[in-house]
Design a protein around this ligand. Sequence first.
Ligand code: C5P
Length: 290
Amino acid sequence: MPQSPFEGRIAAPAKVNLALHVVGRRDDGYHSLESLVVFAAGVADALSIGIAEADDLLVEGRFAQGVPTDGRNIVRKALLLARAEAACIGMTIPPLAIRLTKNLPHAAGIGGGSADAAALLRFLCADRPDLRKRLASGASRLGADVPMCLAGTPTLAHGVGDVLTPVAMSHMPAMVLVNPGRPVETPAIFKALRNRDNAPLPPLPAAGLSDPDVLFDWLDRARNDLQETAISIEPTIREACRTLNAHGARLARMSGSGATVFGLFDSGTAAGQCADTVRAARPDWWVAVS
Ligand code: C5P
């Protein structure tokens, strides 16, 4: 029997800001950003979606605790947004039961709820270009990171993070993600920032960032402008960076507003060895390899 287009499973991969510059503050209190964003293949929350009699959301998995299942959950907000946008073009989205498996830490700088919301939107607009267009422009109403997560491919983000330009990046270095297990609230980091007018990202090479040497050279000239502030609030972020560097990372840096730190490696073997060592030394940390 053919499966309904409203039933299936979808992954919500972790968003990683390889670089993030804060280049201004806007009248609405948000900050103007410039960020190179990629997605960690295989490091993801999972959504399982089926038709039901009424909308329902079940949250399970290692990081389910503390995640609301009611209307505060951004996945529920995404479903309402998609249904409203679909109705505008004469489409009906039936009541859905969603099972969300939280494999990723939240308040962690790697997308969290934004990735989950974007995954649901991506699922609902697959093969429906009209709806996709509407959702791409409406996604920022759910959160500044939702549009980039909806894009799901290497992207240069400007504005509050919602003006997106795809970046050619055919080769992604092996990556280890480490979270020291302390939630970091994004608004607190932005509020504590001292310098909100930093230099823009270095210009992108015309050929993009597919060549690893070009990528590393470009990343060396970029930063995460939230990192020092986040470290002043949560010093384990520095420890996580140092740990990755001490175990072979060619570059270690915080993603988003933290506390997750990524390390980039020359090979999958080197990344796997680093992850094994860090897991053994710090069983209290979340460690993932992409
Ligand atoms: O849009 P979202 O709810 O994900 O943003 C969380 C918080 O992060 C905002 O309330 C704001 O304090 C801060 N933020 C910001 N500038 C951005 C993105 C987020 O100041 N570009």
